[in-house]
Ligand binder design. Structure first.
Ligand SMILES: NC(=O)c1ccc[n+]([C@@H]2O[C@H](COP(=O)([O-])OP(=O)(O)OC[C@H]3O[C@@H](n4cnc5c(N)ncnc54)[C@H](O)[C@@H]3O)[C@@H](O)[C@H]2O)c1
Length: 270
């Protein structure tokens, strides 16, 4: 069922790697709701070629950009405006990567060059995206910019390692840039704190299956899927949410407000 709530809106979607990616589901949903957009990912991720299938389904151009490179981002924003025929109404930052997590480094034995890479890719890139957009005057009034976060920014999840710090910085950048972009252009900036989701980035974290099941049992509504997340993202790009800004929005089936659940009590008393 489509309501065309994004009809006439233009944007950029970062981070669709394969059909499990949250950004992939967002692209399909945004298209269904009437949006036009460009798709982007790091050149190395594009080599897999999967994104071309999505580009075809969404009638979207793919523009390579490493989200840590200002030069790439400047080209991306300029080319997107050229291809789409004007300024943008939405941007999705759906990017995360930690070399320390990927290479199984323990939290007491972090490689600090990699830690800086984690922060650059997973958090600073969000600032770079917005600073580039602002300098290029690429956003329309009342536009919406979103990034994806995780509750490890507020609570400890040991295997999430230095990504926890990256998410805390990401959420803080949303507040600081949200103020700035709100004052100058009425552009809103938020993060969505999403349930554990079975994607490449998600399942790369140690113990993922266990905390996926734990979160499922803790949350009265169960875990939010990537499709549920796409629906939420689309609502936040629409004009129905124009006054929501500088927020970290929990999209987790109730996990963040739960202490214990009957399901877990039953399991632990077995
Ligand atoms: N999967 C989960 O459990 C979960 C939960 C909460 C939040 N998130 C967040 O959702 C977002 C999307 O992740 P996903 O779960 O869809 O996994 P994913 O692996 O499909 O997406 C991560 C994306 O980041 C891209 N990326 C990495 N380095 C980049 C760079 N330098 N420049 C540009 N792009 C780069 C990857 O190519 C990939 O497309 C991430 O921010 C992630 O932390 C995921």
């Amino acid at each position: 069922m489509t309501h065309q709530i994004l009809k006439g809106k233009k944007g950029i979607i970062f981070g669709a790697l394969d059909e499990k990616s949250i950004a992939w589901k967002v692209a399909l949903k945004a298209r269904e709701e009437g949006a036009i957009f460009t798709l982007t990912n790091a050149p190395i991720a594009l080599r897999m070629g999967e994104i071309n299938k999505l580009a075809e389904l969404c009638d979207a151009k793919v523009i390579p950009a490493d989200a840590t490179s200002i030069e790439d981002l400047e080209k991306l924003f300029q080319e997107s405006m050229d291809v789409l025929g004007g300024k943008l109404d939405f941007v999705l930052h759906s990017i995360g990567m930690s070399p320390n997590v990927r290479k199984g480094k323990s939290y007491g034995d972090l490689n600090y060059d990699w830690f800086l890479k984690t922060l650059d890719i997973s958090a600073l890139s969000f600032h770079k995206v917005m600073q580039t957009a602002e300098k290029a005057d690429a956003m329309n009034e009342w536009g919406s910019i979103l990034a994806l976060s995780y509750i490890a920014a507020q609570r400890n999840f040991p295997d999430y390692s230095d990504m926890a710090q990256a998410k805390a910085v990401l959420e803080s950048i949303a507040r600081s840039y949200g103020y700035r972009f709100g004052k100058s252009k009425n552009v809103r900036v938020n993060t969505i704190s999403q349930s554990p989701t079975k994607t490449t980035a998600g399942t790369g974290v140690g113990g993922f299956d266990v905390f996926f099941d734990y979160a499922e049992k803790m949350s009265p509504l169960g875990n939010a899927s990537a499709e549920d997340c796409a629906n939420y993202v689309v609502s936040l790009f629409s004009d129905y949410t124009r006054m929501v800004t500088m927020q970290n929005l929990m999209h987790d089936g109730g996990f963040s407000s739960s202490g214990i659940s009957e399901d877990l009590v039953a399991q632990l008393t077995k």
